[in-house]
Design a protein around this ligand. Structure first.
Ligand SMILES: NC(=O)c1ccc[n+]([C@@H]2O[C@H](COP(=O)([O-])OP(=O)(O)OC[C@H]3O[C@@H](n4cnc5c(N)ncnc54)[C@H](O)[C@@H]3O)[C@@H](O)[C@H]2O)c1
Length: 254
């Protein structure tokens, strides 16, 4: 019997990177998976791959910044699998390491809409379902930038601190109703996220990576973050609520 046998999990940003690794880990433990992502090509390829491996997977094209998309994502998941037990808010983007004096409104709005608005919309939609069934687990992808001040760009840091706050608020308000909400705060993870940046703010990058040579450990593999997401979704973490778990091989412990 798998650790998530017959649980239904929606994972946003699951066509690539950490989200995809989480989806694979959950599916291997018996969960039925909703792969929700913006990138249609990668989404279709991932769903096909999961199905070919004999996993129960369902794909939904969604922009987490759009309210109707989030509504459809959850409604279609319930129609397809009959229920939802786990929501992983993983979809996220970077801010090109823009330092405060270089932030433009476009970057601010985009990062806030996706990294904060997307998490808020997912939580807002899923909570009535979890309240009704008196159970449910939310796992958010925060970042070390959601715990520390200087490891990312200004907007990304603000956005991930908001994810940290939302995580604790939901755990506090809904914990007694059988609902858990925790987050993972990775340092650096080996995915396509950083490579997707085209115009780094070199000032911001330099400030955020001071001390990297001596202090920053090797990047995590997505699987290492997925192991934590599995623990947080499973009953093994049943007494953990409102925690934002740093996953950085001790980088922030210095
Ligand atoms: N990679 C890292 O070093 C790192 C470190 C700390 C935190 N994180 C966080 O982990 C999460 C996943 O990052 P990753 O490294 O796997 O990134 P990734 O770029 O490899 O994958 C992100 C996925 O999210 C999807 N996505 C982006 N915007 C979306 C939107 N508006 N709606 C729906 N889907 C959207 C992309 O299509 C992609 O499939 C993010 O929230 C990120 O901030 C990553």
């Amino acid at each position: 019997m798998g650790r998530l046998e017959n649980k239904v999990a929606i994972i946003t940003g699951a066509a690539n990177g950490i989200g995809k690794a989480i989806a694979a880990k959950y599916a291997a433990e018996g969960a039925k998976i909703v792969i929700a992502d913006f990138n249609e090509e990668a989404l279709n390829a991932t769903v096909e791959q999961f199905k070919a491996d004999g996993k129960k997977a369902f794909g939904v094209k969604v922009n987490v910044a759009v309210e109707e998309d989030i509504q459809r994502m959850v409604d279609d998941s319930v129609s397809h699998f009959g229920r939802v037990d786990i929501l992983v808010n993983c979809a996220g983007v970077l801010d090109n390491m823009k330092a405060a004096h270089n932030v433009d409104d476009e970057i601010w709005q985009r990062v806030m809409d996706i990294n904060v608005g997307g998490v808020m919309r997912g939580i807002r939609k899923i909570l009535p379902i979890f309240q009704e069934q008196k159970s449910g687990v939310i796992v958010n992808l925060s970042s070390l930038s959601g715990l520390q001040g200087g490891r990312g760009g200004f907007t990304y840091t603000a956005a991930k601190h908001a994810v940290t706050g939302m995580t604790k608020n939901v755990a506090s308000h809904y914990g007694l109703m059988g609902i858990r909400c925790n987050a993972i705060a990775p340092g650096q993870v080996d995915t396509g996220l950083v490579q997707s940046i085209e115009n780094f703010d070199m000032f911001g990058l330099g400030q955020a990576t001071r001390g990297v040579k001596d202090l920053m450990p090797a990047p995590a593999q997505p699987d290492q973050i997925a192991d934590i997401a599995l623990f947080l979704a499973s009953d093994e973490s049943s007494y953990i609520n409102g925690v934002v778990l740093a996953a950085d091989a001790g980088w922030s412990a210095y």
